[in-house]
Design a protein around this ligand. Structure first.
Ligand code: ZN
Length: 406
């Protein structure tokens, strides 16, 4: 029996089955490829009680987050975005040297560097030892931990309570929300705010971005569901903004219910979610049908290109690429290799599909006919960086919301 992780109801109904996939961030060295590579069901359900969308089967977080290969500072789009977030927060809350900002899922400390440059005290919390080492090397205080009641108590006693707690792209990752919320109650100063961002469910549906579904993301939050969850723990969203980065993020400002008056933007977006069907199961059934159509069309396109003797490679090895490759059953026979800028991924193969990952420069050296853009959320940045490849006749294939050749 599946319980809704937001409200505890057992009235959770499946609408999309993406099959069994390897963990999306477990990029393997060739020597690590084993016959019994673990696969887990990737099935998504909707809670009829609170409208929350979540994975039906969960994987223990330690299996996914202790060795993590996604580095914030490698994308200039993301670095700029995080810097603008720090600026917004410092200006809005008039933060100074006496304020502490705690960043949950602090990665290599990119966001905290921006706060530090503006004279604010910072602390990172992240379970990935390999990343926290990068942050510590830059002089950013970082705890190697999941954010929960225990680590929050340690933060409070060692550093004091935080004026602001940030959580960018981690809110989808939290399976134990009660521990997280207890931690928030402990570590957040009176009058303080949680500022969180994540890939917004409304955008995920609109873009048919099914590939952002993978095991690390146990939740897919709408404003309606997250506000309801927060309220059950004494907190509420008091302001909200939609942002274009990652093809659609939600940024929320939340605090203790009695301390903040919700803005009109909160009521407006909740009303829009009702109008757009985010609280209705039928919406998710229609989404699942569209995802199956993407599967069929993209596979057919790739088969046609191959039949015509064209060479096809991939660009970008984000976690979402792993979902797409697994669901479409694309291996090295269909995609020769994947070019990626991250030195941590080069020399490895994709999880489950075992496509080799090579340096980004390979694209221009090699000039394959077609390149499947797996990191489509950074399409603008990548198309600009790879202008020379396109000038010499190379073509990109965008996988969602429907197959498009650029
Ligand atoms: Zn629920």
């Amino acid at each position: 029996m599946t319980h809704c992780i937001a409200c505890g109801s057992t009235d959770v109904e499946t609408f999309l089955d993406l099959g069994r996939t390897a963990l999306a961030n477990k990029f393997l060295l060739p020597a690590e490829i084993v016959a019994d590579e673990p696969y887990y069901p990737l099935v998504v359900g909707f809670c009829h009680n609170c409208s929350h969308v979540q994975l039906i089967d969960r994987v223990p977080p330690v299996d996914m987050f202790e060795d993590y290969l996604y580095i914030s500072s490698l994308s200039s789009t993301l670095v700029n975005h995080l810097d603008s977030l720090a600026k917004v927060i410092v200006d809005r809350f008039r933060l100074g040297p006496s304020d502490l900002v705690v960043d949950i899922g602090s990665n290599d400390g990119t966001l905290l560097e921006s706060f530090g440059r503006r004279g604010v005290r910072t602390l990172g919390v992240d379970p990935a030892r390999n990343l926290t080492q990068l942050a510590t090397a830059k002089g950013i205080a970082t705890m190697v931990a999941f954010f929960d009641a225990r680590s929050a108590a340690e933060i409070e006693s060692t550093y004091g309570r935080a004026s602001i707690i940030t959580a960018t792209n981690v809110f989808l990752h939290i399976p134990e929300l009660s521990g997280f919320m207890q931690g928030l109650e402990t570590a957040l100063a009176p009058g303080g705010s949680l500022v969180a961002e994540w890939h917004y469910l409304g955008d995920l549906l609109a873009q048919r971005a099914f590939d952002t579904i993978y095991h690390e993301h146990c939740s897919y939050w709408s404003l309606t569901a997250v506000d309801r969850m927060l309220r059950s723990h004494g907190f509420a969203v008091y302001d909200v903004e939609r942002l274009p980065i990652h093809h659609g993020q939600l940024r929320i400002f939340a605090g203790r219910i009695a301390e903040h008056e919700p803005t009109a933007a909160v009521a407006a977006l909740k009303a829009a979610e009702r109008e757009n069907g985010l609280t209705k199961f039928e919406t998710y059934q229609a989404f699942a049908a569209d995802v199956r159509a993407i599967h069929d069309n993209l596979r057919a396109t790739l088969a046609e290109l191959q039949a015509a003797g064209k060479r096809v490679v991939g660009y970008g090895a984000p976690a979402k690429g792993s979902t797409l490759l697994s669901y479409l059953e694309l291996g090295p026979d269909r995609i020769e290799y994947i070019a990626d800028k991250s030195p941590l991924k080069q020399g490895r193969v994709t999880p489950g599909s075992h496509i080799p990952i090579v340096p980004a420069e390979r694209l221009i050296e090699d000039l394959p006919d077609y390149t499947l853009l797996l990191a489509w959320n950074f399409a603008d940045e990548i198309l600009q960086e790879q202008a020379e490849y396109r000038r010499r006749g190379g073509k990109f294939i965008l996988p969602v919301p429907s197959t498009k050749i650029l």
